[in-house]
Design a binder for this molecule. Sequence first.
Ligand SMILES: Nc1ncnc2c1ncn2[C@@H]1O[C@H](COP(=O)(O)OP(=O)(O)OP(=O)(O)O)[C@@H](O)[C@H]1O
Length: 522
Amino acid sequence: MGRDKEDAAEREIDSVVPWMRAPIDVSNVETCALETLPCLNPRLKKAMEEMGISSLFPVQVSVWHETIGPGGFERDICVNSPTGSGKTLSYALPIVQILASRPVRCLRALVVLPTRDLALQVKDVFDAIAPAVGLTVGSAVGQSSIAGEISQLIKTPKLDAGICFDPDDLSQNLESAVDILVATPGRLMDHINNTKGFTLEHLRYLVVDETDRLLREAYQSWLPTVLQLTQASDDGLFPTAFVPSAFGALQTVRRQSVERGFKGKPYPRLVKMVLSATLTQDPSKLIQLDLHHPLFMTTGGSRYRLPEKLECLRLICETGMKPVYLVALLKSWEGEKCIIFTSSVETTRRLCKLLNFFGDANIKAKEYSGGLNQSVRSKELKAFRKGDIQVLVASDALTRGMDVKGVTNVINYDMPPFAKTFIHRAGRTARAGQAGRCFTLLSNHEVRRFSKLLKKVGSDSCPIYPISPTSLDSIRATYTPALEKLKELVESEAPKKGRQAFRHNSRTGNSQTKFNKTTSDT
Ligand SMILES: Nc1ncnc2c1ncn2[C@@H]1O[C@H](COP(=O)(O)OP(=O)(O)OP(=O)(O)O)[C@@H](O)[C@H]1O
C-alpha cells in the first residue's frame, strides 16, 4: 500500500482492537532508582551506572514489572511511548537479565530494526550491558561482508588433531557464537536462508522495534518466516527445552502446550515485544504479529504524544525565502547541534550544498539521506555524533529512532506530510527528558494543513518564532550568489535535469529550486 493510502487507512481506524482499549497508562508510573528496582542483577546495575543511568524511566519500569516482575513475561508486550522515552533499554534490560539466569550459549533473543544505523545504535545499548553478565551480542546488518558476519555469529567446533571429520557432520555441529542478535530484515533473511549453523530453534524473545515501519513492508517475508521457524516442531504433549543432541549441541523442541490459555501454542513460547512512538492500531497489521494475550502500554489518553519538554515553533515565509530564514536561524545558534529535515533525497542534497555556499555564514552542513551510500551515511552520522558537524541536512531516512546526544533544535524545512512524520522528526530532540525545539517553515498556503497536523499530534501551542528583519536583510545579500553557485553546480552535474529543476521566481525576485520528490522513509 502507498504512503497516502496507508495514512488514510490509519486515519479511518476508529475502533481499535479490544486489547488496546484498556492499556496500562505509563504516564501514571514513576521513575524508579536502580537501588529500589526489584530483582535487578547487581552486575547489570553496575553496568548501567557506568552508562550514567541511575534510575529507570516510566516506560522501563512498566516493562520491567511485566517481564522480570510479577508479569513474568507471560504476555506479549506492545509499547506506544513517545520518542526519546527510553524504549530501547525498556526491552534490552529485561531480556539481558532473563537470559543471564540460564547460561547456555545459543541465539535466544532477536531484535529487528528497519535500518542499519538504527540496528547498530541498539546493538551499542546491548553491548553496554550484556557482557557484564557473560552474554554476547551480534549484529546482522550488512555492515561487513556476509563472511565476516558469519564468522562473528557462528562458532565452528575445535577439531582434535589427527582426526578426520565428515564435513556434513561438522555443519550439524556448528553453534551460535551469540546470545542476542540485532538485525535488519534483509540480512536476517540472508542468514536464515544461507548460513550454515544459523538457527532460530532456540529463540525465546523477539523484539520488533519501530513496529509500524517494519510492518509496512514485507522485507522478504521476514516476519512470517521467523514465526514459522519458531512454531511447534511436533504434536507431542510434553514441553521440552534445551535437549542435548548426539553431538552435545543443544536442541530446543517446541511442542504444543496443553496449559490453560496456551492450548495449541508452541512451548517454549516465543515472547514478542513490539514498540514504537507511533504504534499502528490497524488490526490487519497487528494480526501479522500473532500476539499472545497482548498487553498494551501507552502514555496518556491520546493516540500520539510529543515529548514533554519539546517546544514547537513556526516561521511563515514565502517559499523562495525559506533558505534565508533557515540561515538566519542557524546563524543565531552557532555551535548548537541541529537537524534540518527536507521532503526528499534531492532537496536534502541541494539544500546542503546551498548552505555551504553561504560563505560568510560559516555553516558546515553535511547531508544524510537514502541517496547516499550506506558507508558515507554512517560516516556523516558518526561525525555528527562526535560534534565534528553541527548541522545535518536529512531526508526522512533519519527520522526514526536515531539518538544523537545534544541535538537542541530540529527544523522542518519542508512541512512533514503526516502526523507520524512530524512525531519522529521532532523526536530527534527533547530526548531523555531534555528540552528541545522543533521549528517548521511554512508558506501561507500550508498554515491550515499544519494546524490540522498539530491537532493530531496533540500539540496545542505552536507560536510564530520572530526573526528580526535586519538579520534577514544581511542574509538576503549573500543568498543570490549562493544560489547562483548552486545553479552552476546542478547544471554542471546534470545539464538537462538541472535546468528543468530550476525555475526563476519572478514574482518574488528570488530564484527558487523545485526539487524532485523522491522517497520518504518514515
Ligand atoms: N533510565 C535512563 N536514564 C537516563 N537516560 C536514559 C535512560 N534510558 C534511556 N536513556 C537515554 O535516553 C535516550 C533515548 O532513549 P531511546 O533511544 O531508547 O528512546 P526511544 O524511546 O527508543 O526513542 P525513539 O522513539 O525516538 O526511538 C538515549 O540517549 C538513552 O541513552
